[in-house]
Design a protein around this ligand. Sequence first.
Ligand SMILES: Cc1cc2nc3c(=O)[nH]c(=O)nc-3n(C[C@H](O)[C@H](O)[C@H](O)COP(=O)(O)O)c2cc1C
Length: 213
Amino acid sequence: MDDMAAMEKNFKRKLERVRPRKVVNIPADRKSVVLGVTGSIAAYKSAELASLLVKQGHEVFAVMTHDAAEFISPLTLQTLSKNPVMTSFFDEKESWRPGHIGLADRANLLLIAPATAHVIAELAQGLAGHPLAAIALATRAPILVAPAMNGKMWSHPATQENVEKLKARGVEFIGPEEGMLACGYEGLGRLWKVNEIAFRAEFLLTQHDTLIA
Ligand SMILES: Cc1cc2nc3c(=O)[nH]c(=O)nc-3n(C[C@H](O)[C@H](O)[C@H](O)COP(=O)(O)O)c2cc1C
């Protein structure tokens, strides 16, 4: 090492001694997670996800598509999230401000799990035909999508183009994973492990609270 490099190293060491770097956790208030649930056979797993997010200390607001309610009852998600569940724009009649815009503004994270091929296509197109799609357009919170579908649906160029389009807009995907699918095929299409989805959600919720001072 030459003299210059040695001096620089020494200087850096000294600076670190004078101003030790510490990690400051800014106390975070309860965060709001909008949990979008769509019409996949994996929709039942959203119950465990809602429960995990509540245990992690967050407010959870489930928003279900019409078809999701064929797979899991809104009552289940309402009970586990301890909040009303939105399934239609017309749930919103009492308030002066449309409920879906209220949720979009309030969300610290929009997590869609499971996400069907259909909802991924809607999001890629910017459609707003139901509250979940409208929230995805209106929110400025990070969006985390956990797809679940038949492997051929996932690998279809139409789905892959939609995924790439959304990724280019900053939407993050988690999964799908490989395994035995409910449709009887084996392949890439299973919902990612729910505890790992909750872990990733936690990371996205807290990443702005930890600063290196
Ligand atoms: C038993 C059953 C299971 C299904 N599972 C899935 C699935 O895992 N992923 C998917 O993309 N579509 C699945 N579908 C098809 C969707 O329900 C359908 O595309 C629907 O229009 C999705 O609507 P949504 O995205 O508004 O919830 C399934 C349909 C049935 C009847």
